[in-house]
Design a protein around this ligand. Structure first.
Ligand SMILES: *[C@@H]1O[C@H](CO)[C@@H](O)[C@H](O)[C@H]1NC(C)=O
Ligand SMILES: *[C@@H]1O[C@H](CO)[C@@H](O)[C@H](O)[C@H]1NC(C)=O
Ligand SMILES: *[C@@H]1O[C@H](CO)[C@@H](O)[C@H](O)[C@H]1NC(C)=O
Ligand SMILES: *[C@@H]1O[C@H](CO)[C@@H](O)[C@H](O)[C@H]1NC(C)=O
Ligand SMILES: [Zn+2]
Length: 566
């Protein structure tokens, strides 16, 4: 997470179909060759394999009812099982990893800052690796280096599916000696692809594009538009990428104009209590930075006041840190309630703890106790259902013999989906108030004590955004069914799709605010089994080759299911 520099206007450098053919006509010849190449790696598909609308046992919208019968792999995704495909797929991903598209918090304008240069190389790499996409899809470049591809469907009046990810990565310039291979070497061994971006999230971007390239090679055609949108700066909160992609899509499709978005994220595919669960994030927490500043009179340190601004601020930091004001919370509308219900319905009954099985079947569940039980399992669990608080920046003092006039701390909070940045700021205010009262300081001009004030406390909220809406997660939602069926077809008929949440953020928050897509059909899921994608944002980031291949299969099935059912 970084700053929120001012957004650029949408740079609308549309490269339409005709224009594409015109400017890249030499590519067409090459594209033909590549069709042949891709076709040899694909099983030639029968077109009669589109999924049929499933008849669900009920249409009541039950939580954790899975599509039945389970959807089977389409002929059109069998290419991922072909000999030689895994190696070719690994090489394509490694090629993208070798391009150091690093995002820095202080990225300058795209036409000034040289650190954008690798993004040009990335565009070139995608053009040469996916020629059919570049011959047949419309490409719009947004914000300098973000890519929006549109695959035109045959039926005009349908809302598109949008698959999204980002082409930037977090920097990898320190601790280089601790990597097994240099972070941008894109090394492949028997099992893994190594390097910065291998798991976050060039695997998603290359996986999506590989799926689409193969569908094109198989002559498959969508009925509705399919949008591929790849931001250039997700790792610094999307000021040029997702911000402007959201505006552009709103211009083109209007509010409520997109049927479903699938982005990176979620909690993998994991074996829990004897059953495999795919765990997409169906909501995202909000975000808030609160800066607390204490201003007091300075003076010579040889005749000090009892407390300096450092001392007062320390008491504030301790009060906030020690407080238990933010508590875990769930209710029947929570993603995590849905998750617990799924675990109870599908897990091995001999392994499921009684607080889950009894809790979800109780007529009047003790939500508070269940929330605490869930949170006590791990910090990772806790912050799915609780607002976090962490002091991350602290500044005070300049001179050994001078009382500091000013001291400042920054608290970062990830705001629970049932709370808001305003409520969270209010909680900070209430925690600071007893300190202001006891030592006679004003908070934002408010006085709490009869004694004369010795200084000012200021609270500045910055970089905030609201939590996302909660996406539907019952069998009443066609988007949820499409997602679940794609999971069955790619990961196996017995894998259960269950809702989960996210402790961090993705680019989708810009699409929520500008697109207001229907009922918020946003699913954040990187199609990876737990333990097969490691060390994101740190040393030895890597992903299993087999995981990347499964991801390609998932994206193929998702496109087919969505085109048939949504
Ligand atoms: C793609 O570009 C062509 C040519 O500019 C245009 O006619 C068509 O409507 C575009 N399709 C989409 C889905 O944007
Ligand atoms: C495609 O799949 C169907 C079953 O869905 C199967 O009957 C058919 O033989 C397959 N066709 C090819 C060409 O593999
Ligand atoms: C506190 O704020 C008041 C009102 O703005 C101002 O007059 C005073 O100088 C401030 N005190 C300090 C120590 O900054
Ligand atoms: C959770 O852990 C806390 C601290 O260890 C403990 O006080 C509390 O009783 C636990 N709650 C539940 C429901 O297990
Ligand atoms: Zn990412």
């Amino acid at each position: 997470m970084g700053k929120h520099p001012e957004s650029l206007p949408v740079i609308n450098a549309t490269v339409g179909d005709s224009h594409t053919f015109h400017s890249y006509s030499w590519k067409r010849a090459m594209a033909l060759l590549v069709v042949a190449f891709w076709m040899t790696m694909s099983i030639i598909q029968s077109r009669g394999s589109t999924p049929v609308r499933p008849s669900l046992a009920t249409s009541a919208g039950n939580t954790c009812e899975q599509p039945y019968p389970a959807s089977m792999p389409s002929n059109l995704s069998l290419f991922t099982d072909e000999p030689g495909f895994a190696k070719a797929a690994a090489n394509r991903l490694a090629g993208a990893v070798r391009i150091p598209t690093m995002s820095f918090d202080d990225m300058g304008p795209v036409d000034e800052d040289e650190r954008w240069a690798p993004f040009k190389d990335m565009h070139e790499y995608l053009r040469s690796t996916f020629p059919l996409i570049h011959a047949h899809l419309n490409l719009t470049i947004i914000g300098g280096y973000s890519l929006v591809y549109t695959w035109q469907g045959s039926v005009a009046e349908t809302k598109p599916l949008m698959l999204t990810g980002h082409i930037d990565v977090v920097p990898s310039l320190t601790a280089l000696e601790r990597w097994s291979y240099p972070p941008f070497s894109g090394t492949i061994d028997e099992e893994w692809i190594y390097g910065r971006g291998a798991g976050d999230c060039k695997n998603n971007v290359i996986g999506i594009m590989t799926a689409v390239e193969h569908l094109l090679a198989s002559q498959w055609k969508p009925t509705k538009n399919i949008i591929l949108a790849f931001g250039q700066d997700e790792e610094i909160s999307g000021p040029r990428g997702a911000t402007n992609i959201g505006k552009y899509l709103e211009q083109v499709y209007g509010k409520n104009g997109i049927a479903m978005i699938v982005d990176e994220g979620g909690m993998n595919l994991e074996n829990i209590y004897g059953k495999e669960f795919a765990l997409p994030g169906i909501a995202e927490k909000g975000y808030l930075n609160v800066e607390v500043q204490v201003d007091m009179l300075g003076g010579h340190s040889s005749i000090p006041t009892p407390h300096t601004s450092i001392g007062i601020l320390s008491k504030i930091v301790s009060a906030i840190e020690d407080s238990t004001v933010f508590q875990p919370y769930i209710d029947k509308t929570s993603p995590i309630w849905g998750y617990l219900s799924c675990v109870a319905a599908h897990g091995d009954t001999s392994e499921i703890p009684s607080w889950i099985s009894q809790g979800v079947s109780s007529a009047s569940p003790n939500f508070d106790e269940m929330a605490h039980n869930f949170a006590n399992i791990s910090a990772g669990n806790r912050y799915l259902i609780q607002t976090s608080k962490a002091a991350t920046i602290f500044n005070a003092g300049l001179k050994s013999n001078a009382l500091p006039e000013s001291a400042r701390v920054l608290f970062n909070s990830r705001v629970d989906i049932f709370s808001s940045p305003a409520k969270t700021k209010g909680a900070y205010y209430e925690l600071i108030r007893p300190v202001a009262e006891k030592y006679s300081l004003l908070i934002d001009g408010d006085s709490f004590s009869d004694a004369p004030s010795i200084g000012n406390i200021t609270l500045i909220a910055s970089s905030g955004h609201e939590p996302s809406p909660i996406s539907p997660f019952t069998s009443a939602s066609q988007a949820w069914i499409v997602f679940s069926r794609a999971v069955q077809a790619s990961f196996g008929p017995n894998v259960v799709t269950a809702p989960s949440a996210m402790t961090g953020n993705t680019d989708t928050r810009f699409y929520v605010s500008s697109l207001r897509i229907p009922s918020s059909n946003i699913y954040r899921w990187s199609p990876t089994r737990a333990g097969t994608k490691l060390n994101i944002h740190t040393v030895d980031e890597k992903i299993k080759i087999s995981t990347h291949v499964e991801g390609i299969k998932f994206y193929t099935e998702l496109i087919l299911q969505s085109d048939a059912l949504l």
